[in-house]
Ligand binder design. Structure first.
Ligand SMILES: CC(C)(COP(=O)(O)OP(=O)(O)OC[C@H]1O[C@@H](n2cnc3c(N)ncnc32)[C@H](O)[C@@H]1OP(=O)(O)O)[C@@H](O)C(=O)NCCC(=O)NCCS
Length: 185
């Protein structure tokens, strides 16, 4: 199975992370509207962006899956991303949940908010995680006031299991979905 193909939805193509996405990450991570509920709420400087970007390429190289850029279907290869659909191993982010659980996430450019794009992208990533990637558990972490994000998790079929200390910022709500409650599309 080739896990690095683009994922295609009605309106979107989700492209595996690539070199040119560093500038999109910088644009999104420099925007306080996007970063408000991410970590400590601060924007990221260019050094942190470069470091994360390399980490994202390494995650793909090491595990055959990872973060993806969200592109409107039919748009050119070099158009700015609408946003990011995240998928990575959870690691030690939530005490009591195994590090090999997969964490799902979503960040959009504010110009793309309010059109169901994050929900559409996240559903494709969920299907890919439980399908092709054989995930046993999917986790999402959302800061409490980030209502839109919590709503996306619930719409995906995830359940709120509790709260955890944020790694670098405020408390997060932890949403979980196990393989057994996933119905393939
Ligand atoms: C969170 C984010 C991805 C949402 O993107 P989006 O494409 O606008 O989301 P959708 O249009 O798919 O809508 C998601 C749901 O949240 C609801 N929603 C949107 N804004 C809301 C708000 N302020 N309060 C409550 N619900 C809200 C929508 O109505 C929708 O639910 P519905 O389908 O039942 O109507 C976007 O705001 C974003 O990128 N924020 C910055 C990054 C971020 O915080 N990422 C998440 C970190 S956990």
């Amino acid at each position: 199975v080739n896990t690095s193909s683009p994922l295609i939805t009605a309106r979107l193509t989700l492209e595996p992370w690539r070199q040119s996405f560093e500038r999109d990450l910088l644009r999104l991570a420099s925007d306080p509207r996007v970063m408000r509920y991410i970590g400590d709420g601060n924007t990221w400087g260019p050094q942190k962006v470069t470091q994360r970007h390399h980490g994202l390429l390494q995650h793909w190289a090491g595990h055959g899956f990872g973060w993806r850029g969200i592109v409107a279907r039919g748009r050119g290869h070099s158009d700015p991303l609408l946003g990011i659909a995240a998928l990575n191993y959870l690691g030690d982010a939530v005490p009591g949940i195994e590090e090999t659980a997969m964490e799902i996430g979503w960040w959009l450019d504010p110009s793309a908010w309010g059109r169901g794009i994050a929900s559409e992208a996240a559903a494709a990533v969920r299907d890919n995680a439980f399908g092709c990637l054989r995930a046993t558990r999917l986790v999402a972490r959302c800061q409490v006031p980030n209502r839109a994000s919590g709503r996306i998790a619930v719409k995906l079929g995830m359940r709120l299991t509790g709260e955890a200390a944020g790694k670098t910022g405020p408390i997060v709500r932890v949403y979980v979905m196990d393989r057994g409650s996933f119905q393939a599309p």
